[in-house]
Structures are given as structure tokens and as C-alpha cells.
Design a protein around this ligand. Structure first.
Ligand code: FAD
Length: 631
């Protein structure tokens, strides 16, 4: 008989980044007994690594900013594939969520007159990112954790127990969601240190597990990001959308090889940094696409004036949305104008005084000094694209975060959810997304649990199956090593489903992923259950695999280029594809892909755009509807 520790909660939140913590706070404020689970140490999540800031149209630095402008920027950034309702809620509610953080004790950088300072970022029309130097995510997590501690102190006074209504289970990995029919009944996993099993019985689960970047070798993501939440949702009967859209951040470190992929914040460009090729040319002027020509400068003089006089000049092209900049860098390197290590130069040294660089970008200064022995106040950085963020994720109801598909009681928020960012996310829109939709998902999970007339029960057979699956890699001694399999998976995804895609390569990828599926099913981990990273990776691999299959399959299906999906064989954005979400579901263990029409934007939101701009994105049929409305 295998020992399993059992717990009972109303709401279980899987993930302790910004989305998970904000969801947990909301569920606890609604009086629900709430568990927070994190795969790594408490406080170590991608959220903590976020540097640039949180986008919110507070209008502190430019009073012309408001939710409508933020909404427009977000839709443009996502190339109009965003779920319009999510983009609307996000633009409207972000400022309240930032101000609320202040009431929890957050300390943002200030403007001269004492308001929360806001910085420029790619794709945002006005300075909009609330920030704390280049360590914004750290402050966000610190504040949310502090709020949780204060709630625990209240519970101590009321119940004599800090953990009466909110408890953190750190270094605990969830491997399975357990269902009672079509209802969530709990979650199963293991303590990483002891390898002991743990079972949470709960009627409502919020997924807040973040991204999938570890399926790529060159990535800004850390080891935990193996798409667990995406895969848990699929296996529970939920659906994923937009999985073909991955964001390759234009500026990751390229040298030395040991740190390849580590992020160089976009703030470097927001604060004046420029990109140059090996001829010393500031090349981004050659890459402004037609849809953005009105907003971006076509010469250096105007671009440079913009930093001090944004009202009378157009923006520098270095601040185009990330997908555009990443593709431009890729093209320069391919054309033989890259650096020795295969990147391009990012120069802030010749643009700002040394002390200003150290003040505005302290983490970047240290990162380059320590990892690459480069002094960024004196020399340029070498940078290139790195797999950074997944726009795709769990298909959710925009208002509540409830997962679509056949399952009830499952919610998702943050990077693991899909729709909000369409085909490409703007920098800074993730931190605000976490707060807006974390709160919503936590609140709705709590009310779902509240209105249940009967609690779901965890079926014994489901627990036995979860135990068996978890132990299987330890019990095989003939299979392949999880490390070799991860390397092969990363090679398939990086080489064949990377930043530029083609039909033949994607078909090749599908074949190789099918082979990997057979191999992963027989993976073997040496050693026992006590702290065994090989075993942990063996279990993560099946998640990485199914999520990669969704990405490759959707990338093959979508015959156009849009945002984070670039097809060399279909280089144009096609209005007819804008109306389509590709929806992944699981049929047994086979990935199934379906076309689903995008929800229609409400007339008052469409009216926020010029007809000329809409004409770049919409089909003739949609434009005719727009004209009929305007009459
Ligand atoms: P995360 O913060 O990623 O947290 C996920 C949590 O889930 C972790 O606690 C993890 O341990 C847990 N987890 C995962 N799987 C399991 C499992 N199986 N069982 C239990 N727990 C699990 N965005 C911005 O808006 N502005 C920025 O300036 C910015 N800078 C960034 C810099 C870097 C280096 C990176 C990597 C990202 C950056 N982003 C930025 C993106 C942003 O940080 C992330 O998209 C966001 O933090 C995701 O938050 P989240 O709450 O969804 O998940």
C-alpha cells in the first residue's frame, strides 16, 4: 500500500506566481479554505524575474492615456486575434489592480510629483509600465506574499492557526487532476524532496502554472516551465487555443553559451538602447511593416527626438512589437550581418551616461558583468531571439476564467490561459494580466465551490492510476534517460517549430514527435524517490510532449504569418485566418485540432479604430458589417 498524504480544501491553486497568488488571495477573502502549490521554492516563479513592469493605463506620465488607448495597443500587438473581452477587461481593470497593490504595501518608482512612474515599452502608445527599477516582478511577488502573510495573521487571531484558511505547499509538483465524472474533485502530486505522494481533495482548482519554454533549448524560461498546467487541463477534458503562437523575445543573451537565452529586458530599448548590425548600422528602420508605418519613425533624428518629445514625433522602430523585432534580428543574422556569436548588438553605452544606466538598469548591469564580463556602460551587448512566452493556453470564459471543454470546477489564469494576448503579447501586459485575471479566477472558483449542493468525490481508481503513472519511470530499467529525451525534444522544437516555420519541416516535426511519444512512454529514471530530478523530468516530459504536439499541429494548420507564428511559405497575414481560433483537445492520447470562430468584437469596441486600420486586419465581409454599423 502506497502512503498518500490527504488534504481537504475548497479551492486549490496550482502555481505561486502572480496569477496564483492573486487568485489565492481572492479565494481566501471570499472565506474559502485555500491551498497554494508551487513546484519550486515559494517566491521563485517567472513573475519574480519580470523586469520591465506592469502595463496599466493610469495616465500618470501622459494624461492622454486611458483604457481605450491601451485596448487598441493590445489588439494591435496581438494582430486582432485577441479575445476582445479579455483585452477589454484587462485594459479597464489594470489600473485598479496596480493601485490595490499599493494598498497591500507595494512601492513603485515615482514621478516628480509623487505619482506611480510609468515607462515606455514596445507597442504601448504612451509611457504605461508601472515599475520598480528593472525588478518589478520581485516587488509584485513580495507584496502578494506579504498580503498572504497578513491574511494568515488574521486567521491566527480568529482560529488560533496561521494556516486555517490559506496554506502554501512549496516544492510540490502536481502530476494529475482528479475528476468525479465531469467535475474536478482534486489534484495529485508529490513532494519533490521526499518523493512522497500528496492528494488534495477540492471541488475547485485554479491553474496558474505559467509557460512552456523548456521545450526549447534557447529560452528565457527556467526549469519548471514544462507546460504542466496546459497538459493537466487537456487531460482533464479542457481545451487549449492559439498554441501555435509562441513569443520569441528579440533580446536574449547569446554569449557565453552557458547563459544563452537569458533575458535582456526590453527596458534597455524603452530607455533609449538601439540595435545595430556588424556594419554598425541601426537596422530596424528597414523593418517597419506597413501596418505600423504611421506610428513609427523612418529616420534616426525623429526617432531620437521621440524620447523627449513623444507628442510631436513618431516612435523609434526598436520599439515595434516583439515579433517584428525578433524577425528583423533573425534576418540580419541570416544575411551575414550578425555578431561572431550569432546575434546583433544592443547599444545603451553610447546613448546614456554610465550612472544613468546603472540607476535605471541595475539588474542588467550586474547580469552582463557577472555572466559575460561585459560592462554595458562601456560596450554594447550581444543579443538574439529567445523563446520567452506562450500566447496560447487554456481556453477560458473571459469573465470568470472557467475552463472551456467538458470539465467543471477548473479555472485558469496568467500565462497558462489563452486568448488575452492574441497572436503576440505586448511587454508589460503579462504582469497586469496576472493581477486582473488572477483575481477574477480566484473569485469565481470560490463562488463555484460555494454554490455546489454536493461535493465531488475522488474516485479510488483515479488515485491508483495516478500513483501507477508516477512510479512507472522508476520501475523500468530498460528505457531511455529523460535528459536524452528532453534534448531530442528541444532539438525538434528549436529546429523545426522555431521562429520561422515551413510546411515540410512542420510535417517532419510531427513525425519526430510521434516517435518521441513512443520513447517517452518508456522513459526510465535511475534511483529512488528521494530528491530525484531525473524522475521529476521523466514525469514532466509527457507534459512537454503533448503541449509540443499541440504547437506543431496548430503551426502546420495555420497557413499565414501573424504575431508569434511565422510561415516562410505563407508570409502574409490573411484576414480569413484572423477569424479562426485553433482549438486543441485530447481524444484518448491523440491531439485533436478544430477550427472555432473568434468571438465578435462588440460595436462600441470596433468603433475605437479607424476604418483604414481595420481594413488591414478584417475580411471584406467583416468590413461590410462595420460600414453598415457606421451608417
Ligand atoms: P509564473 O510566475 O510563471 O508561476 C508559475 C507557478 O506555477 C510557479 O510557482 C511554478 O512553480 C508553478 N508550477 C508550474 N507547474 C507546476 C506543477 N506541475 N505543480 C505545481 N506547481 C507548478 N512580463 C511582463 O509583463 N513584464 C515584464 O517585465 C516581464 N519580464 C519577464 C522576464 C523574464 C526573464 C521572464 C521569464 C518573463 C517575463 N515576463 C514579463 C513574463 C511574465 O513574467 C510571466 O508571463 C508571468 O510572470 C507568468 O506568471 P504566472 O503567474 O502565470 O506564472
Amino acid at each position: 500500500e502506497t502512503r498518500i498524504e490527504r488534504h481537504h480544501y475548497d479551492v486549490v491553486v496550482i502555481g505561486a506566481g502572480g496569477a496564483g497568488l492573486r487568485a489565492a488571495i481572492e479565494a481566501r477573502l471570499a472565506g474559502k479554505k485555500t491551498a497554494i502549490i508551487s513546484k519550486s521554492l515559494f517566491g521563485k516563479a517567472h513573475t519574480v524575474m519580470a523586469e520591465g513592469g506592469a502595463a496599466a493605463a493610469m495616465g500618470n506620465v501622459n494624461s492622454r492615456d486611458n483604457w481605450q488607448v491601451h485596448y487598441r495597443d493590445t489588439m494591435r500587438g496581438g494582430k486582432f486575434l485577441n479575445n476582445f473581452r479579455m483585452a477589454e477587461l484587462h485594459a479597464k481593470e489594470s489600473p485598479q489592480r496596480i493601485w490595490e497593490l499599493e494598498t497591500y504595501g507595494a512601492l513603485f518608482d515615482r514621478t516628480k510629483d509623487g505619482k506611480i512612474s510609468q515607462r515606455n515599452f514596445g507597442g504601448h502608445e504612451y509611457p504605461r509600465l508601472a515599475h520598480v527599477g528593472d525588478r518589478t516582478g520581485l516587488e509584485l511577488i513580495r507584496t502578494l506574499q506579504q498580503k498572504i502573510v497578513s491574511l494568515q495573521q488574521e486567521d491566527m487571531q480568529e482560529f488560533g492557526n496561521y494556516e486555517a484558511r490559506i496554506k502554501v505547499f512549496a516544492e510540490t509538483t502536481i502530476t494529475e487532476l482528479l475528476l468525479d465524472g465531469d467535475r474536478v474533485a482534486g489534484a495529485f502530486g508529490y513532494y519533490r524532496e521526499s518523493g512522497e505522494f500528496i492528494l488534495f481533495e477540492a471541488p475547485a482548482v485554479v491553474l496558474a502554472t505559467g509557460g512552456v519554454g523548456r521545450s526549447y533549448k534557447v529560452t528565457s524560461n527556467s526549469w519548471e516551465y514544462t507546460g504542466d498546467g496546459h497538459a493537466l487541463a487537456l487531460r482533464a477534458g479542457a481545451t487549449l487555443i492559439n498554441m501555435e503562437f509562441l513569443q520569441f523575445h528579440p533580446t536574449g543573451m547569446v554569449w557565453p553559451p552557458s547563459v544563452k537565452g537569458i533575458l535582456v529586458t526590453e527596458s534597455v530599448r524603452g530607455d533609449g538602447g538601439v540595435l545595430k548590425n556588424s556594419d554598425g548600422k541601426r537596422f530596424m528602420f528597414d523593418y517597419v511593416p506597413d501596418v505600423f508605418r504611421k506610428q513609427y519613425a523612418d529616420n534616426e533624428a525623429e526617432a531620437d527626438r521621440w524620447y523627449t518629445d513623444p507628442d510631436n514625433n513618431r516612435r523609434p522602430p526598436e520599439l515595434l512589437p516583439r515579433d517584428e523585432v525578433a524577425r528583423a534580428i533573425n534576418s540580419e543574422v541570416k544575411a551575414g550581418r550578425g555578431t561572431p556569436a550569432g546575434g546583433v548588438y544592443l547599444d545603451i553605452a553610447s546613448r546614456l551616461p554610465a550612472e544613468e544606466i546603472r540607476r535605471r538598469l541595475p539588474s542588467m548591469y550586474h547580469q552582463f558583468k557577472e555572466l559575460a564580463d561585459v560592462d554595458i556602460t562601456k560596450e554594447p551587448m550581444e543579443v538574439g531571439p529567445t523563446c520567452h512566452y506562450v500566447m496560447g493556453g487554456v481556453e477560458v470564459d473571459p469573465d470568470s476564467g472557467a475552463a472551456a471543454g467538458t470539465v467543471r470546477g477548473l479555472f485558469a489564469a496568467g500565462e497558462v490561459s489563452g486568448g488575452m494576448h492574441g497572436s503576440n503579447r505586448l511587454g508589460g501586459n503579462s504582469l497586469s494580466d496576472l493581477l486582473v485575471f488572477g483575481k477574477r479566477a480566484g473569485g469565481h472558483a470560490a463562488s463555484y465551490a460555494e454554490q455546489l449542493t454536493s461535493r465531488p468525490a475522488v474516485p479510488v481508481a483515479a488515485v491508483e492510476a495516478a500513483v501507477e503513472t508516477a512510479l512507472a519511470p522508476l520501475q523500468r530499467d530498460t528505457g531511455e534517460s529523460p535528459y536524452a529525451l528532453q534534448r531530442d525534444l528541444q532539438a525538434v522544437m528549436g529546429d523545426l517549430v522555431g521562429i520561422i516555420r515551413r510546411q515540410s519541416e512542420l510535417e517532419d516535426a510531427m513525425g519526430r514527435l510521434a516517435e518521441l511519444r513512443e520513447r517517452v512512454a518508456k522513459v526510465s529514471a535511475a534511483g529512488g524517490r528521494r530528491y530525484n530530478p531525473g524522475w521529476h523530468l521523466a514525469l514532466d516530459l509527457r507534459n512537454m510532449l503533448v503541449v509540443s504536439e499541440c504547437t506543431a499541429k496548430a503551426a502546420l494548420e495555420r497557413q499565414e504569418s501573424r504575431g508569434g507564428h511565422t510561415r516562410e511559405d505563407f508570409p502574409k497575414m490573411e484576414p480569413k485566418w484572423r477569424r479562426v481560433n485553433l482549438v486543441c483537445s485530447l481524444d484518448g492520447d491523440k491531439v485533436h485540432l478544430a477550427h472555432k470562430p473568434l468571438p465578435k468584437m462588440r460595436p462600441e469596441l470596433i468603433a475605437l479604430f479607424d476604418r483604414a486600420e481595420l481594413a488591414k486586419y478584417l475580411t471584406d465581409e467583416e468590413l461590410a458589417e462595420f460600414d453598415a454599423l457606421a451608417e
